[in-house]
Ligand binder design. Structure first.
Ligand SMILES: C[S@@+](CC[C@H](N)C(=O)[O-])C[C@H]1O[C@@H](n2cnc3c(N)ncnc32)[C@H](O)[C@@H]1O
Length: 263
């Protein structure tokens, strides 16, 4: 299994930027002293929650050793000494100790998996009885940008079909997150949507979000062209559109936040 976005510098920078920029974590509380497992922690973009909430113990793992190396640097830069970071696959049943977590946290990862329910079930075994499961997933295919960014919108959607299609992901995971939680056996499931709206009035923010889309498109651009999903000319036009947003450009991204209880 490979992670389509890879671990190039610009992708790692994008992950670090988006933890705060998406704003989805602003309304989430962690309890002081609790043990949190973050599955697919990536470059450690969410490690800031450890000092901010006085988390007792943080266990983060990711399938990519490059991401974990970066996460270890981030932990060091934040002077965090109660985090354990290691390489591991969410589907490995022997990866985690059983019954240790107060909160299992998973953000922007299930969309990359073919079997999100199996991943949740596996993680639940490492939860204490009554522990919380918290997942945040993007409805990436529904993201919109416009009105004058037709090529960018098309390249984005084709990129989502390729990256989260049935061979390697679950494109509609956000829309079905509550059902997936319930069928994994999680109870007291609550779901809400987090909307990100960016307008051209926020020039710098707009530039960063558009750049984020382009980084994700470029990571699979050659495959998109080889598979005739987009043309080189559509890609070039999308790049030109990103360089010249106009005053009417509006970008929307949607995330689903789902919480529930084990047991
Ligand atoms: C979009 S990043 C999100 C990272 C982090 N959760 C965040 O909010 O910044 C997705 C991460 O999931 C990891 N990942 C994908 N499949 C995985 C698996 N089977 N087990 C563990 N990590 C996985 C990738 O390596 C990548 O770092």
């Amino acid at each position: 299994m490979t992670y389509t976005l890879g671990a190039r510098d610009e992708e790692q920078e994008r992950l670090l930027w988006q933890s705060r920029a998406y704003g989805d974590l602003e309304a989430i509380a962690f309890k002081s002293g609790e043990t949190v497992i973050e599955a697919g922690c990536g470059v450690g973009a969410n490690l800031w929650i450890v000092p901010e909430f006085s988390i007792g113990s943080y266990i983060g793992f990711d399938i990519s050793k490059e991401q974990i190396a970066k996460a270890s640097q981030i932990a060091q830069s934040l002077s965090i000494n109660n985090a354990r970071l290691f390489v591991g696959d969410i589907l490995d049943e022997n990866l985690l100790d059983k019954g240790i977590a107060d909160t299992i946290f998973i953000r922007l990862v299930l969309i990359h998996l073919k079997e999100p329910e199996r991943a949740l079930k596996n993680l639940m075994a490492s939860s204490k009885a009554g522990g919380r499961v918290l997942a945040i997933e993007p409805d990436s295919y529904a993201y919109t940008v416009g009105p004058n960014m037709r090529n960018l919108q098309r390249c984005w959607q084709k990129r989502c079909e390729l990256a989260y299609g049935p061979k390697q992901g679950t494109i509609d995971v956000a829309a079905r997150l509550d059902q997936i939680f319930s069928s994994a056996g999680i109870s007291q499931v609550r779901t809400r949507q987090h909307l990100i709206e960016v307008t051209s009035a926020e020039e710098d923010r707009m530039r960063k979000f558009l750049n984020g889309w382009m980084v994700m498109i470029k990571s699979v651009a050659s495959q998109l062209i080889e598979k005739n999903l987009i043309t080189q000319s559509e890609l070039d036009s999308a790049i030109a559109e990103v360089e010249t947003p106009d005053v009417n450009t509006v970008l929307h991204q949607y995330l689903t936040i789902c919480e529930g209880v084990v047991g």
